[in-house]
Design a binder for this molecule. Structure first.
Ligand SMILES: C[S@@+](CC[C@H](N)C(=O)[O-])C[C@H]1O[C@@H](n2cnc3c(N)ncnc32)[C@H](O)[C@@H]1O
Ligand code: SF4
Length: 390
């Protein structure tokens, strides 16, 4: 069992209540019970790690208590509590299973949770010091006026929702260290809730000891996810325009030391797998092993980005799509034993590709799917009819 991997490989996509193994009824995916995401427009959503898919209200229009226990949120929780995962996107997102006993104390049968979220993710400032080709076509910084507008939400809207938070996660849409607003928000969080820890998602360029000390998070880092995308400078430079390969390498060594000393719980390097970098997946894994950190791989998408990739670029880069000319080479590469290592986390699509169960991204009804889903259904109906006739 991969100790880093919270994804239970027994659970495939299309998981529904019927397919969910009864023996796991004692467990539940904790995400809708403990986690929210907040966007720059105040939209609040719940769901999985890589994208909160269910919009449950707007922070600037309603009070958070009513959003957190809105009908939409309660209905989703009730379903998940009953092990009905039919709304979940397990082909691209990770559930995080915990024993129900961990949640029972503050969960009520109508879907209400009596505690505010323990994990809050802010995705509100798109500013970044580089331009990755997968994400945007030029360097973008939020103007002073918009940045100050976000700051003006901190005291009235953002801080109150953190009253039960253990971890704040930043920033899914831009670069934490390049965002004036994220740094202001961090300072206010530290003043009001000194016990809160941080999960920083970063390109790693400015994630060094000096900056972490200056910001005040040096002893408050819980997870650090560094999007590095390559094992060589040549490939890195093709993806991270305006980046600094050597500096990120240096910072990774520092982060790795911090983790070894027990000062950070988890450090990972992330590769968004594309036709530009997939040949370096093995070397990327080796790099993570050498640093004694986790390597995480996920497929390229379109939803993350500010203004890229375009449709044409996406087709060119999206090596995880079965129609891509280099798809088979990528699948072959994934068979290497190193991808079964404890410190490797393949996101669900890549994990299913590795196992030869590629999820059909176009959702086409293939003969295999027909046999898999319709035949058992037909048999059940047949038996049912027979029973009814008796
Ligand atoms: C938008 S970034 C923001 C955080 C930080 N700046 C970073 O790069 O880690 C969040 C994550 O989205 C990933 N990403 C960007 N564009 C993507 C795309 N088209 N498909 C998949 N992941 C993408 C990045 O690699 C990064 O891991
Ligand atoms: S992926 Fe992250 S580092 Fe790259 S451009 Fe987007 S926000 Fe910036």
């Amino acid at each position: 069992m991969n100790q880093f991997n919270t994804f239970d490989s027994e659970l495939d996509c299309n998981l529904s209540q019927k397919k969910y193994p009864v023996r796991r009824y004692s467990q539940v995916c904790r995400n809708p019970f403990v986690k929210v995401g907040v966007s720059h427009k105040g939209d609040v959503s719940i769901g999985c790690d890589r994208g909160h898919y269910l919009h449950i209200g707007n922070l600037f229009e309603n009070d958070f208590a009513s959003i957190w226990n809105s009908d939409a949120a309660k209905n989703l929780r009730k379903k998940i509590w009953e092990c009905d995962y039919s709304d979940c996107r397990f082909h691209t997102h990770f559930p995080t299973f915990v024993d129900k006993s961990k949640i029972e104390g503050y969960y009520q049968a109508d879907g209400t949770v009596t505690k505010f979220p323990s994990i809050v993710k802010f995705d509100d400032d798109y500013s970044c010091n580089v331009a990755c080709v997968t994400c945007r076509n030029k360097i973008r910084m939020m103007n002073k006026e918009d940045s100050e507008r976000l700051d003006s939400y901190i005291d009235d809207y953002y801080l109150p929702i953190l009253k039960d938070a253990k971890t704040v996660y930043m920033n899914g849409v831009g670069e934490y260290f390049a965002s004036r607003h994220c740094l202001n928000l961090t300072q206010r969080i530290i003043e009001k809730y000194p016990q809160i820890k941080f999960h920083i998602h970063t390109n790693g360029i400015l994630c060094d000891e000096e900056n972490c000390k200056r910001i005040g998070i040096i002893d408050k880092l819980y997870n650090v996810s560094v999007s590095f995308h390559a094992s060589t400078k040549e490939t890195y430079d093709k993806i991270v325009k305006g980046g600094n390969f050597e500096r990120v390498m240096k910072n990774l060594k520092w982060l790795s030391d911090q983790k070894k000393q027990g000062k950070i719980f988890l450090v990972e390097i992330i590769m968004a797998v594309s036709s530009i970098n997939y040949k370096e997946m093995k070397a990327f894994m080796q790099l993570a092993k050498n640093l004694d950190i986790r390597a995480r791989f996920w497929e390229l998408g379109t939803g993350f980005s500010v203004d890229a990739p375009t449709d044409q670029d996406y087709e060119k880069y999206a090596v995880c799509l079965p129609g891509h000319p280099e798809y088979k080479k990528m699948v072959k590469l994934l068979q290497a034993p190193i991808f079964k290592s404890d410190n490797c986390l393949l996101d669900p699509l890549l994990e299913s590709i590795r196992k030869g169960k590629a999820y059909n991204i176009n959702n086409k009804l293939t003969l295999r799917r027909l046999i898999k889903y319709l035949l058992p259904y037909g048999l059940v109906r047949f038996i049912q009819n027979k029973k009814d006739a008796i």
